[in-house]
Write a protein that binds this ligand. Structure first.
Ligand SMILES: [Zn+2]
Length: 320
């Protein structure tokens, strides 16, 4: 595609934040790690005056038809039928739905697609979407791992269909492998999927040998490793793959459960690592994608680790 040369941001780089009260109404059972308090913790930390320049916007209503960009109709209807009128319905071993879960999931998709619109129009420099439920475990026809639909995959296809993006890269630093995203793009070389994740760990996929159509780059991390191994995976595997692919858009599946405080995994990153990785991806977005960068919240289950990590991530997005 033709890239706009030297787009200037009058008044400097602006970072947009999309969120919506409906994301608090996707209710999970007591004790479930993927809970509304995660977003409250993010909201609180981003209330600080150092984030005063954030362009805060309410997520628009999502277009249900865009779910079909990544999932078959029959599956979409199966998910819709699982949404309960009251209480909490079990979708899989650890995935549940409450009465407002459909609206939350569709609004998360609406926010991600709007973020794609924003960066292609050049309205803002980059966007962080603070939404739930997360998405990267949702396969073509399977909801799992706290995820109903694969928001990042839908947004990537949305960029291709609505903005003529030829190549979209999804970089997933959630501590769990994004089996869903890998499944959806397994034979689609127009989307590069790069992931760092703990292995072994749920969901069990993500070996180096899983390469799809040459468009899948898995960089598994051994338990109890940390900053050095994570940064080396970026420098030796993920960033070279991005340079080789030259994407028109970079989407981050931004999970923060590789933070050392997180209860679901044993990778020992700090918020400084997320700051660093964000900076690296911004550099690549500047080099290849006319700065177009959209970041979507995935996991992160220790409220303090999550809040500090999001603060570092969004702070870096704002600094440029
Ligand atoms: Zn995760």
């Amino acid at each position: 595609m033709v890239k706009a040369a030297g787009r200037a941001y009058i008044g400097g780089m602006v970072t947009r934040l999309y969120t919506h009260p409906i994301f608090l109404e996707h209710i999970t059972p007591p004790g479930h790690p993927e809970r509304p308090d995660r977003l409250r913790a993010i909201e609180r930390v981003l209330d600080d005056e150092v984030f005063a320049a954030l362009d805060r916007a309410e997520a628009p209503e999502g277009d249900e038809a865009t779910i079909l960009y990544a999932h078959p109709q029959e599956f979409v209807e199966r998910v819709r039928a699982m949404i309960p009128d009251i209480g909490i319905a079990r979708v899989d071993a650890d995935t549940t739905a409450s009465p407002k879960s459909w609206q939350a999931a569709v609004t998360a998709i609406g926010a991600a697609n709007a973020a794609v619109d924003d960066v292609f129009r050049g309205d803002v420099a980059n966007v962080f979407v603070a939404a739930r439920p997360p998405g990267h475990h949702a396969e073509k026809a399977t909801s799992m791992g706290f995820c109903l639909f694969n928001t990042a995959a839908i947004a990537a296809r949305y960029a291709q269909r609505q903005h003529q993006a030829e190549r979209v890269a999804i970089v997933d630093w959630d501590v769990h492998h994004g089996n869903g995203t890998q499944d959806i793009f397994w034979d689609d070389p127009s989307v590069l999927y790069c992931s760092t994740h703990q292995m072994p760990l749920y969901p069990g996929t993500g070996a180096v040998s899983e390469t799809g159509a040459g468009n899948i780059v898995n960089a598994p991390l051994a338990p109890q490793t940390g900053s050095e191994v994570f940064r080396d995976a970026f420098l030796s595997r993920i960033l070279p793959a991005l340079d080789n692919f030259a994407p028109d858009l970079i989407i981050i599946s931004a999970g923060f459960d590789a933070h050392h405080r997180d209860p679901l995994a044993e990778i020992n990153l700090t918020e400084d690592d997320f700051d660093w990785a964000t900076g690296q991806l911004m550099q690549r977005a500047g080099r290849h994608s006319d700065n177009r960068l959209v970041s979507l919240l995935e996991g992160g289950y220790d409220l303090q680790g999550l809040a500090f990590s999001v603060a570092a991530h969004v702070g870096r997005l704002m600094k440029g």
